[in-house]
Design a protein. Structure first.
Lengths: 173, 182
């Protein structure tokens, strides 16, 4: 299997586990596994405020992260699994900066307007702007991530002490 | 051709910014409200600083540099942030928790919350007050450090990769046209 496809799969598995973790926290708490649930909540508390009023609830318990964060992560997962349908993984080019701004600006505007007290953000605005950012980001991040890992891999091969020996052995065969 | 500049300086500056953003009481809440955007910004900043160290004689900035730089900045940020968090806890006490308690009490006193939410707010205040009374525990410090060491390099790396997408790629230079022969 090609390395780029393998890297993409690792990346997808990681993001899937991340999203499962977000949903697992309330389910485990509801099932009585409070210690593991608390650990998951504590894990996600490093990246999110976990405000109860601004979180979705499963089985009466808030999920691991707030509404905006969950929209970003689940949107990212959605964008990630649909990415190979729209472009080849080996393609290295990333969208223009305008694409990034198009993805991030609505969320920034929503946050700023809310913080300034001009327009309070609602569940709908948090979901839409967060999901827009999340879905768009794989187009931006994944090609660069794969390219970077391929570069590191080829650099390691060239720098390993056996690399020259193997090449020499192949030539002499 | 010269070698690429060292990543250490840019990564350390990114790490210090990350540490301040995640370690100081009130600012760390803002970082969490922005879904860890502050940590991503550190990866992006360190890449920007690193790119500024390049000159024309050096090989171009590569995406692998952005990835490695983001991870190093995140690791440094996790360590520095934990140190700042411990120091601020010793000097200021659990000021962030006290702010949250005050905010929740204020929301509660407005009397606009439905009974269900009111109960939850009460529970939250109770939990926070207990943790304020208990003070900071060694176990908490270690778990926070462990989680930070896992999470911040990931987010900082993503910031570095986004940064590379924004200003990392160098436009190919067009060689000068040969003079026309008449």
């Amino acid at each position: 299997m090609k390395l780029s496809i393998r890297l993409y799969r690792y990346f997808t598995v990681f993001v899937s586990l991340w999203c499962i973790g977000i949903l697992a926290a309330p389910l485990l708490k509801h099932a009585g596994w409070t210690q593991i649930a608390d650990m998951l909540y504590s894990f996600f508390s490093r990246v999110c405020h976990q405000d109860d009023a601004r979180s979705f609830h499963v089985e009466g318990e808030k999920i691991g992260v707030c509404i905006r964060c969950s929209a970003i992560y689940f949107g990212f997962f959605l964008g990630l699994i649909t990415l190979p349908l729209s472009r080849a993984l080996k393609r290295k080019n990333v969208p223009a900066i305008g694409f990034f701004l198009f993805a991030v600006l609505p969320m920034v505007v929503d946050v700023v307007l809310n913080a300034a007290g001009i327009q309070a953000s609602t569940t709908m605005t948090r979901v839409i702007t967060g999901a827009l950012f999340g879905i768009s980001m794989p187009w931006f991040i994944v090609p660069i991530f794969i390219e970077a890992c391929l570069q590191l891999n080829s650099r390691n091969k060239n720098h390993s002490p056996d690399a020259g020996v193997i090449r020499y052995a192949r030539k002499t065969q | 051709m010269h070698e690429k500049p060292s990543k250490l300086r840019a990564a350390l500056i990114g790490g210090i910014i990350c540490g301040i953003i995640t370690g100081l009481p009130v600012i760390s809440i803002l970082n969490k409200c922005c879904c860890c955007g502050g940590v991503m910004l550190c990866g992006l900043t360190s890449l920007y600083l690193y790119k500024k160290e390049f000159n024309d004689e050096m090989p171009p900035l590569e995406s692998s540099d952005a990835l490695v730089l983001g991870i190093i900045a995140g690791l440094a940020g996790a360590l520095i942030g934990t140190v700042i968090e411990i120091l601020s806890n010793f000097i200021l006490g659990p000021i962030d928790k006290q702010i949250v308690i005050k905010l929740l009490s204020w929301v509660e006193s407005r009397g606009t919350l439905p009974p269900d939410t009111l109960n939850k707010v009460d529970e939250m205040i109770e939990v926070l007050q207990k943790s304020v009374e208990q003070g900071i525990k060694l176990k908490e410090i270690f778990s926070d450090l462990l989680f930070s060491l896992i999470l911040y390099p990931i987010f900082s790396m993503l910031g570095g990769l986004i940064g590379y997408g924004i200003f990392g790629k160098k436009k190919p230079t067009v060689p000068p046209m040969p003079p026309m022969q008449q």
